[in-house]
Structure formats: structure tokens, C-alpha cells
Design a protein around this ligand. Structure first.
Ligand SMILES: Cc1cc2nc3c(=O)[nH]c(=O)nc-3n(C[C@H](O)[C@H](O)[C@H](O)COP(=O)(O)OP(=O)(O)OC[C@H]3O[C@@H](n4cnc5c(N)ncnc54)[C@H](O)[C@@H]3O)c2cc1C
Length: 435
């Protein structure tokens, strides 16, 4: 079989077979056959995880044939999507009903199932990760059974399966609680890091979707505040980014410029602080408005590696202080900004925001740079502040390290034992992180 690679290109595997089912019955037969033969089955979404979570040397399952809108309850604002649906397809599917997804991350290339399985999130203290939008799931378990779950049906499974790490079953449908379609008014500007950190508690709470990027070697943060508005109610003079501005800002400046700078700075690390100061000047300072999905999600053309941890919200300033001191002490030259976001607490067993309001802090390195000294040192700081790693982004934790991090880990494992007794969905990642 040919080699499979993730988006960043550094996680690779050679599945024994690739299957492209187009019905739930086919998925069920594949799971039953794997259980009977002692084989393994691994669904892959868009391959946008940075970890080896989607790798397999068993049968790889591509669900592009199980995709699209299955049903809508307009009154309850519930939409059921087939498990292989990509997030970027969702706005057009929901548009005829005047609905939208409540919140999104930075990109929309992922599959709905892959996104929820790793706890993908955006920003905003009034909002949880994408998995909190889920009201029901259909799973094909490790015995081939087709199982529906929701708060009222198989509730013990539902409590853990929304962030299931691909360990509990193949997700064939996802019912989302949607909201009425809305616009976002975006204000992006550079600000002194110190004043951003001082005003953080108020800003997290006051706005709808606040985040910022801190450029190492500078004292500047680029802040992004998105405010939710009803369609047609953007302030006068505020509209979508022109294609030219969009291209210049998002593609050339935020991505291509970084790529060029990273390539250059990979060779001349000493130039990075000056380059970061230039990047800060070139990016930011814009105000625009558009349909929610067009503002939430942007294009990422530069390949990088990323580590992201969720920490208790109040720990964010201390973690950033720790990162800054660590970078200076070790003499690291870091060309990618550190991204800082937040999310509401939720009640999903392995959600990184389970039981606590969370600040998300992400460190990145260009794919051509060796990230490991930076990531390992950053991880020490995140862990010292009670951090939980994003399941789809670089981390070096093993099962013993998760003890105490998730109060409901045992519940998750018990459900796993029932749904996948023969470990049909196992791979090296799950063997490493789960007890
Ligand atoms: C450029 C970039 C930007 C990103 N931005 C964000 C962000 O803003 N916020 C954030 O939180 N994360 C972000 N991520 C991480 C990304 O959202 C997650 O890694 C997500 O899981 C990727 O979705 P995917 O469809 O590619 O899943 P994959 O990486 O293909 O798979 C992830 C897991 O889901 C499982 N899975 C996939 N489909 C199914 C299914 N049908 N049934 C059961 N299990 C399944 C896989 O087996 C695997 O365990 C980003 C990643 C990249 C590369």
C-alpha cells in the first residue's frame, strides 16, 4: 500500500489496506471482520492532526463516501451530518435553513468527526469546543454494532464519546446544535503585550471571541476580537475584506511571509528577533466583517508543527512569562508567534476543557526547523501549570502522565472496554496515552 502522510507531512504510515465504505452497513461489516480476525481499523479524517493519533498499519477507513447533510430540525436548530463531512462543506449545507455552527477553530479543512475526536476548539469564554455542539452521535463499535447515543440514549457512552480519540468507534453521524446564521465584526490590532495581559480577565469575559498572538523576541501582541452580530447589522463602513486585502494579509503576510522568513531565518537564526519585529509591523490593524465561517477560518499555507496545552484560565499570564524566560535563557530563536485562546468549561470526559474554564496556549515551529528543544521545554512549563495537551497536537506524554489530569479518565476506559473489547481501533498513539 502507498504511504499516507498527515497535513504537516511528518506523520507517516503504510496501511495494510484502505477501505472507502459508502454505507454504515459496510462500516459495521468491516469492524466485525476486524474483530473476528484480530485486525485493526482506523478512520482518518482530513489528516490534520500533528500527532500520530490517526496512523495505522491495519486497515485505514476513509469516510468521504459517508458525507453530507442527513437531516435538519429547523425549529430545534439541530442538523445531523454524516461522519465524513468536512467542516468547510457545512456552511453551504446549513445556509438554506438559515443556520450556522456556533463556533469554529482557525481552519475548516477538518472532518466533523476528526475535529470532535481530538477536542478541536476555537476561542471565546462563552463557548465550548466543537464537541460541545454535539447533541447525538452514531458509532459503529469494535464489535460491529451500530450504536446511537445522546443525553437520553446510551448517556454513559455520550458522556465520553464526543471527544473519543478514535478509540470508541467509527463515527458515522453527528447531530449538532446549530444557531441562527450570524456575522462577525473583526477588529485586529497590535498592542503592548503587558497591557493585554493586565486586561485579560476583562477581555476574555467581555467580548465574544478574543484571542492574541505574541511574537517571541518582541513585547507586542496582535489581538483579535470578533463580535457576533445579526446578518445585515455590521457597523457602517465595515464589510468583507477585499480579495486583494485578504490575499495580501492572510496569504502573503501571515503565511507566505512567515514561510519566507522562516526559510531565511532557518539559515540565519540571529535575524529572527528583527524579523519578528518586522512581522508585527506588517500584520494586524484591520477591521472587517463577514459571515461567521469566513471570519473564524483562514487558510494555512505554511507547513508547521504545533504543540498546544489547555491550562486553567488564570494561569495564562504566568505561562507566557515562563515561555518568555525559557526562550531567553536557552537562547532559542523562535520565528512563529505563540497563539493564546480560551474556552468555557464543559462536562466531556477527555475534553481539554473538562470541568474548568481554559486558556489555550500554542507554540509552533516551521516544518523545516527542529522543534524538539522548544516543545519539550514549553511542555515542562505547561505541565507545571496543570496543562492538558491537545490530543491532535504535539506532546510527549504517556499514560502515567494523564493520571490525575482527567477525573473521568476511568469512565472513558470502562466504556472503551465495552465498546472495543478486542481493541479494533487501537494504534501506537492510543497504546501510549491510554492506560
Ligand atoms: C493548520 C491547522 C490548524 C489547526 N487549527 C486548530 C484550531 O484552531 N483548533 C484546534 O483545536 N485544533 C486545530 N488543529 C488541529 C485539528 O483540528 C485536529 O487535529 C483535528 O482532529 C483534525 O481533524 P481531521 O479531520 O484532520 O482528523 P484526523 O487528524 O484525520 O484524525 C484525528 C482523530 O480522529 C479520528 N477520526 C477521524 N474520523 C473519525 C471517525 N469518523 N470516527 C471515529 N474517529 C475518527 C482519527 O482516527 C484520529 O484519531 C489544526 C490543525 C492544523 C493542521
Amino acid at each position: 500500500m502507498s504511504e499516507w502522510r498527515n497535513w504537516a507531512g511528518d506523520q507517516r504510515c503504510r496501511p495494510a489496506a484502505v477501505s472507502r465504505p459508502s454505507t454504515v452497513a459496510e462500516v459495521s461489516a468491516l469492524a466485525a471482520a476486524a474483530a473476528a480476525s484480530g485486525g485493526t481499523l482506523k478512520a482518518v479524517g482530513a489528516g490534520h492532526s500533528f500527532t500520530d493519533i490517526a496512523l495505522t498499519n491495519g486497515t485505514q477507513l476513509k469516510l468521504d463516501g459517508i458525507s453530507g447533510l442527513l437531516s435538519v430540525d429547523r425549529e430545534a436548530k439541530l442538523a445531523t451530518l454524516a461522519g465524513g463531512t468536512r467542516l468547510h462543506e457545512v456552511p453551504a449545507l446549513l445556509a438554506p435553513y438559515g443556520l450556522a455552527m456556533e463556533n469554529l477553530g482557525d481552519i475548516d479543512r477538518q472532518s466533523i468527526s476528526g475535529a470532535i475526536s481530538t477536542g478541536t476548539h476555537g476561542t471565546g469564554l462563552k463557548f465550548g469546543g466543537i464537541a460541545t455542539q454535539v447533541r447525538a452521535l452514531t458509532l459503529v463499535t469494535g464489535t460491529g454494532e451500530v450504536l446511537h447515543c445522546s443525553a437520553v440514549e446510551n448517556a454513559d457512552v455520550f458522556a465520553v464519546a464526543r471527544v473519543g480519540l478514535g478509540a470508541l468507534g467509527i463515527i458515522t453521524s453527528v447531530t449538532l446544535q446549530c444557531v441562527d446564521a450570524f456575522m462577525l465584526h473583526a477588529v485586529e490590532q497590535p498592542e503592548p503585550l503587558v497591557s493585554v495581559l493586565e486586561s485579560l480577565p476583562g477581555r476574555w469575559g467581555a467580548g465574544d471571541h478574543f484571542e492574541f498572538y505574541w511574537f517571541p523576541h518582541t513585547q507586542t501582541a496582535l489581538t483579535k476580537a470578533n463580535t457576533r452580530l445579526a446578518p445585515g447589522s455590521l457597523p457602517p463602513g465595515v464589510g468583507p475584506l477585499s480579495t486583494a486585502r485578504h490575499v495580501v494579509d492572510d496569504v502573503l503576510v501571515s503565511n507566505k511571509l512567515f514561510s519566507t522568513l522562516c526559510t531565511v531565518s532557518g539559515k540565519v537564526p540571529a535575524a529572527i528577533p528583527a524579523i519578528n519585529r518586522t512581522a508585527v509591523k506588517l500584520t494586524g490593524n484591520r477591521e472587517f466583517g463577514d459571515a461567521s465561517h469566513k471570519v473564524f477560518a483562514t487558510e494555512r499555507t505554511t507547513r508547521f508543527r504545533e504543540m498546544e496545552y489547555a491550562v486553567p484560565l488564570e494561569e495564562v499570564p504566568a505561562v507566557l512569562g515562563g515561555l518568555e524566560a525559557m526562550i531567553e535563557r536557552r537562547g532559542l530563536q523562535i520565528s512563529f508567534p505563540v497563539e493564546v485562546r480560551c474556552a468555557a468549561a464543559d462536562n466531556i470526559a477527555l475534553s481539554t476543557a473538562s470541568g474548568r474554564e481554559s486558556g489555550y496556549i500554542a507554540v509552533h515551529q516551521h516544518i523545516k526547523s527542529n522543534p524538539f528543544e522548544y516543545f519539550r521545554a514549553a511542555e515542562e512549563i505547561f505541565r507545571a501549570h496543570g496543562g492538558r495537551p491537545h490530543w491532535g497536537k504535539w506532546h510527549f506524554l504517556q499514560s502515567k502522565d494523564f493520571e490525575g489530569l482527567y477525573p473521568d479518565l476511568e469512565k472513558f476506559c470502562k466504556v472503551r472496554d465495552v465498546l472495543d473489547p478486542k481493541r479494533v481501533f487501537s494504534n501506537a498513539y492510543l497504546d501510549r496515552v491510554l492506560p
